[in-house]
Design a protein around this ligand. Structure first.
Ligand SMILES: Cc1cc2nc3c(=O)[nH]c(=O)nc-3n(C[C@H](O)[C@H](O)[C@H](O)COP(=O)(O)O)c2cc1C
Length: 211
């Protein structure tokens, strides 16, 4: 089973969470983990151009998405990546892969939930199966999910140091997604509704370089 963690990070806190997610997933036997970092040079003239990274993600059974919260949503670099998946969306190439998400913000309540909800919608557009956290905030002996969000991992750091329990939660999220992906059917088996190619000329022009 292959699990990918695709993320963007500028000052490194999202990267630390991504590493913890990957480490958690790697504890599950038979899981190959791919770390896929979105970097500035992937974006040329405002468009994400790293087709190798997109291909690698297409080969994964599960994808965990991570972005810092910037102005209440994912970073521009993450959104450029998301917009570049339009052709994959048209073919529902990622349908039935397990998906999950994480984010971090500089404020305790800095609208991080909107970032998670965007990631959830993005996964939904791809026909992916979203896995939230099954840790009720305030009731975990290890204090994981300290901020109490269950649709995904929300973390907070005011000083660039990632909280120990946010890293523990990220580690658990990786394990959970790996377990769920191992249980899920072989990707593609449920793909009855896929292969519907989009015919919209504006959409085509965007993705084929005309716009
Ligand atoms: C342009 C910009 C916008 C930001 N917007 C938010 C925000 O809306 N909410 C929040 O809590 N933190 C916000 N932050 C803080 C970052 O989310 C925080 O520093 C995060 O840890 C950065 O992640 P990174 O270390 O992976 O780059 C913003 C930071 C920048 C640079």
């Amino acid at each position: 089973m292959k699990l990918a963690v695709v993320f963007h990070s500028v000052s490194g806190t999202t990267r630390q969470l991504a590493q913890a997610v990957a480490a958690g997933a790697a504890t599950e036997r038979g899981t190959d983990v791919l770390m896929a970092e979105i970097v500035g040079s992937d974006i040329v003239d405002g468009r994400f151009q790293n087709s190798t990274l997109l291909q690698q993600l297409s080969g994964a059974d599960a994808i965990v998405f991570g972005s810092p919260t910037y102005m209440g949503c994912v970073s521009a670099q993450f959104k450029a990546f998301a917009d570049a998946t339009g052709e994959l969306w048209a073919e529902q190439a990622w349908a039935n892969k397990i998906a999950a998400g994480f984010t971090i913000g500089g404020n305790l309540s800095g609208d991080q939930l909107n970032t998670i909800q965007y990631l959830q919608v993005f996964a939904g557009q791809h026909g992916m199966l979203w896995a939230g956290l099954d840790i009720p905030g305030n009731y975990d002996p290890a204090k994981r999910n300290r901020l109490g969000a269950q649709s995904g991992l929300i973390a907070h750091s005011a000083d660039g140091i990632v909280h120990k329990t946010d890293l523990l939660t990220a580690h658990y999220l990786g394990q959970r997604v790996a377990r769920l992906a191992a249980l899920s059917v072989t990707p593609g088996k449920l793909n009855g509704n896929a292969r519907v190619l989009c015919k919209d000329p504006v959409w085509y022009a965007f993705h084929r370089g005309g716009l």
